[in-house]
Design a protein around this ligand. Structure first.
Ligand SMILES: Nc1ncnc2c1ncn2[C@@H]1O[C@H](COP(=O)(O)OP(=O)(O)OP(=O)(O)O)[C@@H](O)[C@H]1O
Ligand SMILES: [Mg+2]
Length: 364
């Protein structure tokens, strides 16, 4: 069942269009994560869905009914923001009960829902406290609790954890994952800058750039099969390395001449119109390995620095004629040092190819 549909949604502020026609179908109960660089339109999209911002053109539907002109309060949508504005003079209980009291809900129903939300968010012991006596993470959970008691059909989160320190983020992230399990019927859209949050919470991730959708897919689809260079570099950390090359022969297997003049054969299908074209060759840091014997060398150069993290070693390598350093993530502890000259190869199954317009050959 469709929870939410965006059809050619556009947003302009005066003459300036900032959302350029977004199409998206979200199933009921799905957990969708929006990611993208600052200013790409994530908050604007959420605010249009919530009804806090007019939709310039296009249709927004909830359960198949167009709601463009429906007031925010009627949409059955709750939104949690980065900064939680709790009422400082009210207890946790009263903060959570506030909206239901305004709506003149019966007292026992308010009590039932506040206790249910507190239970879900592990806030029961704190119901009698004032916000100032809570940690940042607990306060953010109260803000979420305030939204839960309204039993929304759709739950919107705009970077709810970005004000929390690292440890609290991890803990609150796990609580949001639990929440998702306890509210399987509720559609959730979650905006974050955090790769781990996006990868671990999302059923599907929507990657946005400059007011447009670049790709929609499950976390692993985006990781293994990015549609273009933008998504390839945006998803995954450290980012995918990009090298240049030219197509020397097309077919079931693409033969590519890397910028260092090495020839590689990548098991990705290519059509003959690509013959001789410039390509971007993408390799994730974790897909590199040290070249041995007859291995084709994808990149070689001097080690700029070594980051030994124990479980992995990150090597930053200066490659000739290459602006950005190449990063390799090798398993375990490596006996390698700054200044050493090394050669990197990769499993060709894991290599990505993009055409001169930066589109993946698998998505042309
Ligand atoms: N009220 C407004 N008037 C004019 N332009 C606006 C307004 N609100 C947002 N914008 C512009 O719309 C674009 C999208 O902004 P938005 O806040 O949606 O970005 P975002 O993806 O949420 O960014 P961030 O990650 O920094 O929160 C930006 O270019 C922004 O400057
Ligand atoms: Mg924003």
């Amino acid at each position: 069942m469709t929870g939410l549909t965006l059809k050619n949604i556009k947003k302009a502020y005066g003459e300036t269009e900032v959302i350029h026609g977004v199409d998206l179908d979200i199933d009921q109960g799905e957990f969708i994560v929006f990611v993208g660089p600052s200013g790409c339109g994530k908050s604007t999209l959420l605010r249009m869905i919530a009804g806090l911002e007019d939709i310039t053109s296009g249709d927004l539907s909830i359960e198949n009914a167009v709601v463009n002109d429906m007031p925010a309060a009627m949409r059955g949508i709750a939104m949690v923001f980065q900064t939680y504005a709790l009422y400082p003079h009210m207890t946790v209980y009263d903060n959570m009960a506030f909206a239901m009291r305004i709506a003149k809900e019966p007292k026992d129903e308010i009590d039932r829902r506040v206790n249910e939300a507190a239970e879900m968010l592990q806030l029961t012991p704190y119901l009698g406290r004032l916000p100032k006596a809570l940690s940042g993470g607990q306060r953010q959970r109260v803000a979420i609790g305030r939204a839960i008691v309204r039993h929304p059909k759709v739950f919107l989160f705009d970077e709810p954890l970005s004000n929390l320190d690292a440890a609290l983020r991890v803990q609150t992230r796990i609580e949001i994952a639990n929440l998702k399990e306890q509210m399987p019927e509720t559609t959730m859209i979650y905006v974050t800058h955090d790769q781990v949050e996006a990868m671990t919470l999302a059923d599907r991730i929507v990657v946005l750039s400059a007011g447009r959708i670049e790709q929609v897919g499950t976390p692993l689809e985006l990781y293994t099969d990015p549609a273009n260079v933008f998504v390839a570099k945006f998803i995954g950390s450290p980012a995918m390395n990009m090298m240049k090359g030219t197509m020397s022969a097309t077919g079931e297997v693409s033969k590519v001449l890397v910028e260092n003049q090495q020839a590689i054969e990548v098991p990705i299908k290519s059509d003959e119109t690509l013959n001789g074209d410039n390509l971007h060759i993408g390799v994730r840091p974790e897909d590199f390995r040290l070249a041995e014997g007859g291995d084709p060398v994808l990149a070689e150069g001097k080690v700029l620095f070594v980051e030994s993290l124990g479980e992995v070693t990150l090597l930053h390598i200066r490659v000739e004629n290459h602006e950005e350093a190449i990063v390799a993530k090798l398993p375990g502890i490596m006996d390698l040092h700054k200044g050493e000259h090394i050669k990197l190869s990769a499993n060709m199954e894991k290599v990505h190819l993009f055409d001169s317009k930066e589109i993946s050959l698998k998505h042309r």
